[in-house]
Design a protein around this ligand. Structure first.
Ligand code: MG
Length: 374
């Protein structure tokens, strides 16, 4: 295997863990981070959390878990192509959505509204909170005690107020410094994954049609290429041959254009990466095509009336649950009650955020007399 680039994150330049631990045997520090994330409770819950389609809608749609695995695959491939730390990229990718509430963005938005007077709720910050505080797996510390650079990669954005509370990790938001290139790559791998799998899931659910997608430049172009190579191809195979070409075009463009940005910025060390502008980016040729695809998905899929209907119901469930636990913290499981005595709103938000879609529906039915979902 090729050696890592001089500006890749390595154990020797890492700022390490918050609690000192003996070095791992037979694996690297960032491999250990990945392994800790995979063994966490929050990671297993991703299986039953919504990406776009509510978990019960069908077994073939993406969930947060399969989305995270796709992000990890793309991140690893692109990190390797750029000679970056693949283990770090993988760890960040697998952890990037751990803090998502049930019911996707609808759940996060309503929980944020409920928490307005208590510091708000933000799923990205919640991912960090899970790996830093909420996972209960080790005798010697709370959370997973991950490497600094893994935590830095998980925290994609942060308000100045929250950054000030986070100490060393928040510093870069106050200084407008960049995270590692590994983190920058994962951020865009996330986008490549959802833009493509949402097209796939949109077609599978029949909320989108091939005819509609033909109006989107990058889809039409990749479809033409697939049909030129395989005349007469149709159905699922045509969809898949088109989407795999889109994924490939985006990933290759990102690697080539990031490589060019690295060269022209003249970066040589990890410190240079922190000080340079964001270097992981698509080419000027591809960027507008991606914007077009995103706008299309936003208008035609995320705001589709069938999706909107489930979103309304999801909002009601989360808001009702929040009100119920706030009114009577005795409804929380015993192990959360001591924390609730110290900070009731945050404990309730943590508890709700940790729920899977189906658990939230079940709790809602029990506590608030809600019926079946939809
Ligand atoms: Mg994601």
């Amino acid at each position: 295997m090729e050696p890592l680039a001089a500006y890749a994150v390595t154990e020797s330049v890492s700022r390490g863990r918050r609690h000192a631990e003996p070095a791992p045997q037979g694996r690297g520090e960032f491999q250990r981070d990945r392994d800790r994330i995979i063994h966490s409770t929050a990671f297993r819950r991703l299986e039953y959390k919504t990406q776009v389609f509510i978990n019960h809608e069908g077994d073939l749609f993406r969930t947060r878990l399969t989305h995270s695995l796709e992000v990890a695959q793309l991140s690893r491939s692109m990190a390797r192509a750029l000679r970056l730390n693949e283990d770090l990229a993988e760890a960040v990718a697998l952890a990037h959505d751990l803090g998502h509430t049930p019911f996707g963005h609808a759940g996060q938005d309503v929980l944020d509204t409920c928490m307005k007077a208590h510091g708000g709720f933000e799923h990205n910050l919640q991912s960090l909170r899970i790996v830093d505080i909420l996972e209960e797996r080790y005798a010697g510390f709370d959370g997973l005690n991950l490497m600094y650079e893994t935590r830095e990669g998980i925290l994609k954005h942060c308000s100045p107020a929250n950054a000030r509370l986070l100490g060393e990790l928040g510093q870069r938001f106050l200084e407008s410094a960049r995270p590692s290139l590994e983190a920058q790559i994962v951020n865009l791998a996330d986008e490549i994954a959802y833009n493509n799998h949402d097209v796939d899931d949109g077609l599978r659910s029949e909320l989108l049609t091939l005819e509609q997608l033909d109006a989107v430049d990058i889809f039409a172009q990749c479809r033409r290429e697939a049909e030129a190579q395989w005349p007469g191809l149709e159905g699922r195979r045509l969809v898949h041959e088109t989407i795999r070409r889109m994924i490939d075009a985006m990933a290759r463009d990102l690697v080539a254009s990031t490589r060019a940005n690295i060269a022209s910025a003249g970066v040589e060390t990890l410190d240079d990466i922190h000080r340079a502008p964001v270097l992981a980016a698509y080419s000027e040729d591809l960027s507008p095509k991606l914007r077009e695809l995103k706008t299309f998905l936003y208008d035609q899929l995320y705001r589709h009336e069938r999706v909107a209907k489930t979103i309304d119901e999801a909002r009601r469930i989360v808001a009702d649950l929040f009100a119920a636990y706030m009114a009577d913290p005795g409804l929380l499981p015993l192990r959360h009650r001591a924390r609730a005595a110290a900070d009731k709103p945050r404990t309730v938000a943590d508890y709700i955020a940790g729920m899977t879609d189906r658990y939230a529906v079940k709790e809602h039915r029990q506590l608030c007399g809600g019926g079946e979902f939809r």
